[in-house]
Design a protein around this ligand. Sequence first.
Ligand code: 5GP
Ligand code: MG
Ligand code: MG
Length: 183
Amino acid sequence: MDNHDIDGDLTEMLLTEDEIHAKLAELARRIEVDYDGRKPLLVGVLKGAVMVMADLARELKIHADMDWMAVSSYGAGTKSSGVVRILKDLDSDLTGRDVLIVEDIIDSGLTLSWLRENLESRGAASVEICALLRKPEAAKVDVDVKYVGFEIPNQFVVGYGLDFSEKYRNLRGVGILAPHVYS
Ligand code: 5GP
Ligand code: MG
Ligand code: MG
């Protein structure tokens, strides 16, 4: 790995940068076909989706606009509460737009099901979801995610935008955080 200082904090490297890029290229080919003749508005969910958004958007060979939202679905704990607050809203008018939400990871799915409903209520023509990672918990919630990169085990991962207390976002790949870091 490239981020040598961080390696000791991980129990396992799950996905390398190359594997992630190859998967995003696959997803981009599907998106290009599905949105042929349209210009999607990519909505990145800050901050975790920054890397996915940057790489996916540049991989696309069709026109795409980009906008950003920041939401908070967590109280003091580490589990989704289902109560979502908008910390930073979109700049774009969604009327008639084909919105593609770009997310880093789906765990409970509560944040995304709320977000999809919220964006649909603003008059978007369509709202789909692209997530790089999905955990098994997500299967319990009825949220239809059209584009999924990787199914991963139910463990806390960091890197490629994903943080633990704002750390590890700059790790190039995705790895499992070692328990000694948070205990
Ligand atoms: P959900 O509402 O699906 O439970 O919450 C999704 C959000 O929780 C993600 O966008 C991400 O910010 C955070 N999250 C869920 N699982 C993980 C994980 O394994 N690692 C990190 N760093 N964040 C996670
Ligand atoms: Mg996220
Ligand atoms: Mg986080």
